[in-house]
Ligand binder design. Sequence first.
Ligand code: ADP
Ligand code: MG
Length: 277
Amino acid sequence: MNTPTQQTLNSTDTPPGTAEETASPAASVRDLNVSFGAVHVLKNINMMVPSGTVVGLVGESGSGKSTLGKTLVGINKPSSGQVLIDGKDCTKIHGKHRQQMRRKVQYIPQDPYSSLSPRRTTGQTLAEALDPHGANPRKHREAITHALEQVKLDPAAADKYPHEFSGGQRQRIAIARALILQPKLVIADEITSALDVSVQADIITLLQNMRGTIDSAMLFISHNLAVVQQVCDQIIVMNHGRIVEHGPINAVYNNPQHPYTQKLLASVPGSPTFTLD
Ligand code: ADP
Ligand code: MG
């Protein structure tokens, strides 16, 4: 699938010499290793997310996808290597500057039921994202309304509590909370996995429609390769903490090079390598 909107944002289509081509990637990672105690989870990772693009990160459960996402946000600490956000090495920035850097990367977790505080209205949640020390929904009314519009929610949602929303609506609020900070990079970690199939489709359509209107790049983590094909420009395939393949989405789907990618794609209906056995 290759809609015109996907084409316009695809970095490979950027004419040479334009500002976009010379802009720093939203995020890049060099020789990154992450360990938890004696367990070496991420092994020599090199990757980048070009500004304004959506990069899919796939691989089976336990391969290290969330660990990579959380390292980009600063939740996990690298054992070695560099994490550059908007061209700056996060591992070398401290104090107030570090907090500013943190705002440039936002993480949307999988479960929209546990990620929103049940005691805060949507407006309070969004105001808190903007201003952790003095959250005041009235002061940020305009930004809140705009963020809700971006995710196709009524402005009246600002005065409601999480229990008044469906799972899909809650996930829209979580997306709005990430976007309201106008980050360079959004990490979407399995954000459709906890939702019903029809609601998943709504969120995917939302992401597709948002593409022309937001500047943030996205790392879209998913184990669903059919979904990844619908929203991403590029794909990174991870296996046991290593990147085994990285390329433009159509090139990888039509002609996967690594046996592990071939195996993953062989189970996706509609992919060129799909088999029924
Ligand atoms: P994925 O998101 O691809 O399913 P994860 O990144 O969640 O994989 O996990 C990769 C591996 O790292 C797993 O073996 C997991 O148990 C381990 N791991 C992840 N986070 C931690 C942690 N905070 N402490 C210890 N081990 C962890
Ligand atoms: Mg995960």
